[in-house]
Design a protein around this ligand. Structure first.
Ligand code: FO1
Length: 328
């Protein structure tokens, strides 16, 4: 298989039509931000993981939707990776003083998203309608599509029993030894309105799987049968951006989780994990040595995303690879 590398053209790379991105978590949001900076407005559809969502204090919390809302609207707390910049914590401090559950830090501004989302869900609005309304309220032109409006919840099986994702990830700080990941509800879930169209539609020129954790943030999306089926059927080129940067598979707590589950996050493992779904893989240039062992067509770029320019560079590289594939 040809191995591509070399400079990627720095022009405003576009594949012409619409681009659909599968995303979850912070890494995914960075890439989507990069894409919004190198593509015309309104041409990007984000299919967002909702497996991390949960009901907390009676409120419906959708972390990956919120991370993308904050990131694209310039409200995100960059260094922390979630929540708002300049956040205040009067609510959670008052809750703590009452003996309320304070393990999941809800900031004062962040609370507005959860309260308003819960109110609209209670009056019968769908998560996808609410997400679109919030994106519009903040002047975002990217189309926000939750992967499904049906309930899907990521559970981590541990020696001490199963834990909903946020209980495992935040309350228990990934301490319990994990034995499995399950996406409860996914098999029976329907894609949200517009999701299948964004994958198989004639005007979709490229599909990009963002550099999110494949096993935690992308797999819940692929666990919805109709979505995986559409990705296998679509004629649009589908490329994945490897979440590994310079051999660093994933950071922090998820390294322990992946190790316990015996999941090696390497370019080869990612290529085989997405087998049948992706046509090519964008690999970090620091992983050049593993390239030849990757069966899929692939390209290299500096995929480290610290600055805005980095995000734009990786977005351009992903679009270039998709365009090359589509011209095959
Ligand atoms: N992550 C934490 O590690 N601690 C928290 O207290 C926390 C609160 C929180 C509140 C709202 C929100 O949207 C996300 C929050 N997160 C917190 C991050 C969250 O667990 C992750 O963003 C995703 O679920 C994993 O990608």
């Amino acid at each position: 298989m040809p191995v591509r590398s070399g400079r990627l053209d720095q022009a405003r790379v576009s594949v012409g039509g619409r681009v659909t991105v599968l995303t979850g978590g912070v890494g995914g949001a960075k890439l989507v931000l990069g894409l919004t900076r190198v593509m015309p407005p309104g041409q990007i559809t984000a299919i967002i993981n909702t497996g991390d969502d949960f009901r907390h204090l009676g409120l419906w919390v959708s972390p990956d939707i919120d991370t993308l809302l904050y990131t694209l609207s310039g409200r995100s707390n960059e260094e922390r990776g979630w929540g708002r910049a300049g956040e205040t914590w009067n609510f959670i401090d008052a809750l703590r003083s009452l003996g309320g559950e304070d393990w999941f830090a809800l900031g004062d501004g962040d609370l507005a998203l959860h309260v308003e989302r819960t109110r609209r869900l209670a009056q019968g609005d769908s998560l996808s309608a609410i997400s679109a309304a919030f994106a519009q309220a903040w002047g975002l032109t990217t189309h926000f599509l939750p992967m499904s409006d049906d309930g899907i919840a990521t559970f981590i099986d541990t020696a001490g029993g199963e834990l909903a994702f946020q209980r495992y990830f935040v309350e228990h700080r990934c301490q319990p030894a994990a034995t499995g990941i399950r996406f409860v509800g996914a098999a029976a879930a329907k894609p949200a309105p517009g999701v299948l169209e964004a994958i198989t539609g004639a005007d979709t020129d490229a599909i990009i799987i963002a550099p999110s954790n494949p096993f935690l943030s992308i797999d819940p999306i692929l666990a919805v049968p109709a979505i995986a089926d559409a990705l296998r059927r679509t004629s649009a080129p589908c490329i994945a951006v490897s979440p590994i940067v310079g051999g660093q598979a994933v950071k922090g707590p998820t390294v322990k989780l992946m190790t316990e589950l015996g999941i090696a996050i390497t370019p080869v493992a990612i290529a085989s994990h997405y087998e049948g779904i992706i046509d090519a893989l964008l690999i970090d240039q620091r992983d050049l040595d593993v390239g030849p062992t990757v069966a899929l067509p692939h390209a290299y770029a500096d995929t480290l995303m610290k600055t805005l320019a980095d995000r734009e560079r990786v977005a351009r590289a992903a679009l270039s690879l998709a365009r090359e594939i589509s011209q095959r």
